[in-house]
Design a protein around this ligand. Structure first.
Ligand code: AMP
Length: 612
């Protein structure tokens, strides 16, 4: 088995500063750490307990929101001032969450980062998540009596690049250097696996949280954690079951409105949790003077059935992706608060009846504990653990006809680097737009666009001749770097793919302001620069062409080409875009037939068996 070593950053860390392992959950968040000189991670406990509800409450006339237990309590009395399940919105555009229910989302353009409205103010999910992280950081600093600046944060394995970047940005905004983004099921198995010694085992991690679902299949051997496959849905979790219950109550009692919806969802969660703990005592609560909300365990199971079915399909896919069948699995591990709903363990035990379905690990805590172990590894305190992760979704570029051309297929081991060669489709093409997408659909229109850039300065050549190598590199955090190089000329360009929705409010505002102030000038200047670039490239390509192929041209042809080149060169520094374009066109007119002639010669030489 190929081992990919993880980059253990030692130099920049002071040994005494604890590195936090953070499980930034949809419903609850936790912090864990490994105390100095110890090996076992611990959950950080504050006066509120071990879990911090990932809920924000914006009290009237108070600038900073309250985060945690008090905010969770306020969900029932002041739902209009609360935001929950922010993680579901992270890295998403308005278009992604169009029909989402339970948030007051601001109507923005379809592609913009989604925003939540609370009491007339607008917040983006990165900002909201950073407020949760700030609270966790504050709690940790209170407990340790020292400042903390570094953390490992977990994300669902199925988070795409935008969602990972958004998590990283939220950490940054909270004043935390995010040393690594780790997949939740991997973190869970890290915490869990360390307790089972050197035995070789294949485990299936079923991770159903508040808003996300992942299933991962891992192979554990000698401290090496290899993820064989992962599947899931970043928009499926306990919240959906609450929503289903709330909608059923809404219909039953003809209730409507967003604030009623938020209250009902909150009560649905209480009902679900109560029935999960005691199936024999039906839930009943007064919603208002006229309406009593009721739910029993049988009805809960009926409402949950389609929700569970979706997760079984992901289990099938993960098994298929790793080329395994049920009996190859040595153990099923349950992770995430929603696995406390007993039907899940019951149905999994039925399907995996040859092995243990392990619900002994505390499903709420195991992810944070794993993150703390990885934090300890990255702090340089231990070297006996190795994580081999996979990328959950395919990555590729757009090619003609909106087609997705996959460069890194899903389930590839990370870190990884893969490249492919492309060429131009038009004669003399000097620029190539590279649009990067993530997803499994054939057409990019159905996949997520991560970003785009232009490779400029390709020497003008007949279509099909340039060799453009596009390389994708994913680092250990699952973040992508794309570069493009024209191999004949060595012209190169690269970007760290920043998601389109990753800008903060102030950045967006600032950019808008600047672009409005300078719009006209910027545009003119840019168009002039582009024309100058194009002229330089054409001059360069033409001169090289004359050097190499003069024997195929007549004296008259060479003369007129040189004349047009001189005219164009003379215009380069004059700042007159229109004259520049006209001169480029004039030169092109002369040289275009030459390129075709040379191609014909090259082809006929090749047909004669000669080398090109
Ligand atoms: P997590 O994202 O792992 O914190 O999981 C949170 C989800 O677990 C929420 O949807 C909770 O409603 C759900 N949850 C927590 N406790 C229980 C329980 N006892 N029974 C059913 N669901 C639960």
């Amino acid at each position: 088995m190929a081992k990919i070593s993880i980059n253990i950053k030692q130099g920049s860390l002071s040994k005494s500063e604890p590195v936090l392992g953070i499980d930034l959950g949809t419903t609850n968040s936790l912090v864990a750490w490994v105390p100095p000189g110890e090996r076992d991670p611990q959950i950080l406990e504050s006066s509120e307990g071990r879990l911090t509800p990932s809920v924000l409450y914006f009290p009237e006339n108070q600038a900073e929101p309250l985060v945690g237990k008090m905010a969770w309590d306020a969900l029932e009395s002041q739902p209009e001032r609360c935001v929950r399940s922010v993680k579901r919105l992270l890295g998403k555009s308005a278009q992604d969450v169009q029909k989402h229910w339970g948030y007051r989302l601001v109507e923005t353009s379809e592609e913009a980062l989604v925003q939540v409205e609370v009491d007339g103010r607008y917040y983006d999910p990165i900002h909201l998540s950073s407020l949760i992280l700030k609270e966790l950081k504050r709690k940790a600093e209170g407990a340790f009596g020292q400042s903390v600046s570094k953390a490992v944060i977990t994300v669902p394995a199925y988070f795409n690049d935008s969602q990972r970047q958004a998590t990283r940005d939220a950490g940054k905004l909270a004043g935390l250097e995010v040393l690594r983004i780790v997949n939740e099921p991997t973190a869970a198995s890290l915490a869990y696996g360390l307790n089972i010694g050197a035995e070789s085992r294949t485990i299936l991690v079923y991770d159903l949280g508040g808003g996300t679902f992942d299933v991962s299949i891992l192979h554990l051997e000698d401290g090496v954690f290899e993820v064989l496959a992962t599947h899931g849905d970043t928009a499926l979790g306990g919240d959906d079951l609450d929503l289903r219950i709330a909608q059923w109550w809404m219909q039953q009692h003809s209730l409507e409105g967003i604030d009623n919806g938020i209250r009902l969802q909150h009560m649905a969660e209480r009902a679900k949790m109560q029935l999960s703990q005691d199936a024999d005592s039906p839930f009943s609560v007064a919603f208002n003077a006229d309406v009593a909300l009721e739910l029993n365990y049988a009805k809960l199971c009926e409402l949950a059935e389609p929700w569970m079915q979706t997760t079984w399909k992901s289990v099938d896919r993960a098994l298929a992706l790793s080329d395994l069948v049920e009996t190859d699995i040595d153990e099923v591990v349950l992770v995430g608060g929603s696995t406390r709903f007993p039907e899940i363990a019951r149905q999994l035990a039925k399907r995996f009846d040859h092995c243990r379905v392990n619900s002994e690990v505390n499903p709420d805590e195991v992810v944070a504990l794993g993150a703390a172990i990885e934090a300890d590894v990255l702090a340089g305190n231990r070297t006996d653990v190795l994580l081999l992760d996979v990328t959950p979704l395919s990555l590729g570029i757009e090619t003609a006809g909106n087609l997705m051309d996959v460069i890194i297929p899903r389930n590839s081991k990370i870190p990884t680097r893969l490249a492919r060669e492309y060429t131009t489709s038009v004669d003399g093409q000097v620029n190539l737009k590279i649009a990067v997408y993530q997803g499994e659909r054939e057409s990019v229109l159905h996949n997520r666009k991560l970003g785009e850039f232009v490779l400029s300065g390709i020497p003008a050549m007949p279509a099909g001749l340039p060799k453009i190598q596009i390389s994708f590199a994913i680092d250990a955090n699952g973040l992508l770097q794309v570069s493009a190089k024209e191999l004949r000329s060595g012209m190169e360009q690269s970007i760290e793919v920043k998601p389109q929705y990753g800008l903060t409010d102030s950045e967006v505002e600032q950019r808008l302001l600047e672009s409005m102030q300078h719009a006209q000038n910027d545009l003119e200047e840019r168009m002039l620069i582009e024309a100058q670039n194009e002229a330089q490239q054409i001059l360069y390509a033409t001169e090289r062409f004359l050097e190499k192929h003069a024997q195929h041209l007549s004296t008259e042809e060479i003369h007129i080409t040189r004349q047009r080149c001189d005219e164009l060169r003379g215009l380069l520094s004059q700042g007159d875009r229109n004259r520049l374009l006209a001169s480029i066109e004039a030169l092109n007119e002369v040289t275009k037939p030459f390129a075709e002639r040379i191609m014909d010669i090259a082809v006929s030489e090749a047909l004669k068996g000669k080398k090109l």
